[in-house]
Design a protein around this ligand. Sequence first.
Ligand code: F6R
Length: 231
Amino acid sequence: MIAHHVKNAVEGQMLAATLFMQASNAKPDKPVGLATGGTMDGVYQQLVANSFKPGFKHAFALDEYDGISPGSKNSYLHELTEKFSKALDWSGQLHVPGQGLYAHEAGNQEFEEALADLGPLSVQLLGIGTNGHIAFNEPGSDFASRTRRVELHQETVSANSIYFDDPQSMPTHANTQGLATIAQADMLLLVVLGEHKQAALTKSIRHPDQSTPLAALLEHPKLVLVTDQEF
Ligand code: F6R
């Protein structure tokens, strides 16, 4: 693992944006992997600030709430459409597990097939949950897991329900790339910013085991960490 220590969140988001642009520009015929959430909002804002013009034609999302309407402001498809595609004036195709083309029974399998056909990804953006989840692979997830429907942990439901106007409407399930799916990307760019992530990061790196999904990715040949935390 290559670790970059930064002074604060803004510096981390700027560095992550620079590394993302470099990695995707180096392989413009390959798709990229996108994540959502507060950490990535700042990374995407930095891409916009840099007037980034993507060369890639396809982007694969890590995950999506199960059963959420694509038009809901809380759907990850909506979030990526607004904060990535529209913000960068990018007209390529977003592939989101369980949404659009993949919103049916065999959707997760077809998502895997599209990834295999078009991939490997030049770079996959990753965040980490306060409970250590990677995408929606919660603690205890199989390291050999592929894209599938999962039940969210109570900590994830509590952490994310604040984004819903009615917290009770927060979905309890999601579709997520598996840990083995994520490991296929040429480069993993993990962005961990804020004191609230420190415990999960330290545990995942110092005491990796089945309860720390990041453990499945620690031996990846190109895992790059950007963090403002000690671990
Ligand atoms: C979202 C995702 C999640 C987030 C994680 C951190 O696509 O895969 O694993 O990366 O929950 O989210 P934030 O950045 O909101 O703390």
